[in-house]
Design a protein around this ligand. Structure first.
Ligand code: ZN
Length: 300
């Protein structure tokens, strides 16, 4: 039996925003967003420019290049990230700091896994983007994220960041909160701890100032209709140019186990993100069809 979950709600959303999360798979949501592009190319701003911030945390190794060739579009030549944990229980899995660790409702992470190089986004992005939340992300995704945000703003958009890194314990707290508040819908509102991509530190949930009006609910943070916003449309067409990929497309629900989350983007590097975009697939779909299991699922 397939269990479908929502991965994103960090537990601080308002009651009103939680209420609409239930409509994730409404018939209207089956309408795919139109392919609209502003044509904004990626910028060439150097990551080094960003990492000189005095508030920076200790440096991490350079981001690995997940794809060794430039001919990825033609074949499945993308090399899986090293996964030395394949022989361990998923509850013991401590993946390396590569970008492509598989995280699904079957293949989770150890409660002790904390990604390397977490930094506070407030050191790199203005409050109008971070909304004052103490959001963290791995350093290697900061440069591409800032470039993307800058280009979105230059194009007249107003992207917001609702959530980033979420620790195992933070996910557990969020899960418990929803279990107490809305026990019938906890599986829609929150993933169990250890089974959220947010624990990887390379995932961002985006928001849009247009969302409240489109949905008709004030202060809403997450809703399927994000795909209708200017920011959601732009991200769908352009995020891959900066290395970000949509983790849970609508059409991948059966495979990923997660409801459609048009706001949830994961940094996987430009080559992999572009490959996935061109193939019309998601990282989880691709990996589960081409790679051996990353760990041994624990008995539930
Ligand atoms: Zn998310």
């Amino acid at each position: 039996m397939l269990l479908l979950l929502g991965a994103c709600s960090p537990g601080r959303t308002t009651a009103s925003s939680a209420a609409v999360a239930e409509s994730t798979l409404t018939p209207e949501a089956t309408i795919r967003p139109p392919a609209v592009s502003t044509g904004l190319p990626p910028t060439t701003t150097s990551l080094a420019e960003i990492t000189t911030s005095p508030t920076s945390a200790p440096s991490t190794p350079a981001p690995p290049t997940p794809i060794p060739t430039s001919t990825i579009a033609a074949t499945a030549t993308i090399t899986p990230s090293p996964t030395p944990d394949r022989d361990v229980l998923c509850s013991q899995r401590m993946p390396d700091n590569g970008l492509l660790a598989i995280v699904t409702l079957t293949y989770g992470l150890s409660r002790d896994y904390v990604p390397a190089g977490l930094v506070d986004l407030s050191a790199y992005l203005p409050k109008e983007v971070t909304l004052g939340y103490p959001t963290q992300l791995r350093r290697l995704a900061i440069g591409p994220l800032v470039n993307m945000i800058n280009d979105m703003q230059a194009g007249g958009l107003h992207p917001m960041i609702i959530s980033g890194y979420r620790s195992y314990s933070a996910q557990a707290i969020a899960r418990q909160k929803w279990a107490e508040k809305e026990p019938d819908r906890v599986n829609i509102l929150s993933a169990p701890p250890g089974f959220s991509e947010h624990q990887l530190g390379t995932v961002i949930d985006f928001g849009s100032p247009e969302l409240a009006e489109i949905v008709g609910v004030e202060d809403i943070e997450f809703h399927t209709y994000f795909y209708k916003t200017s920011e959601g449309i732009w991200l769908l067409e352009n995020a891959h140019k900066y290395g970000f990929t949509l983790s849970y497309p609508f059409e991948a629900t059966e495979v990923t186990g997660f409801f459609y989350e048009p706001w949830h983007y994961r940094y996987v590097g430009v080559e992999m993100a572009t490959f996935l975009h061109e193939q019309g697939t998601s990282l989880t779909e691709y990996q589960l069809s081409t790679e051996p299991p990353p760990c041994i699922p624990d008995k539930s």
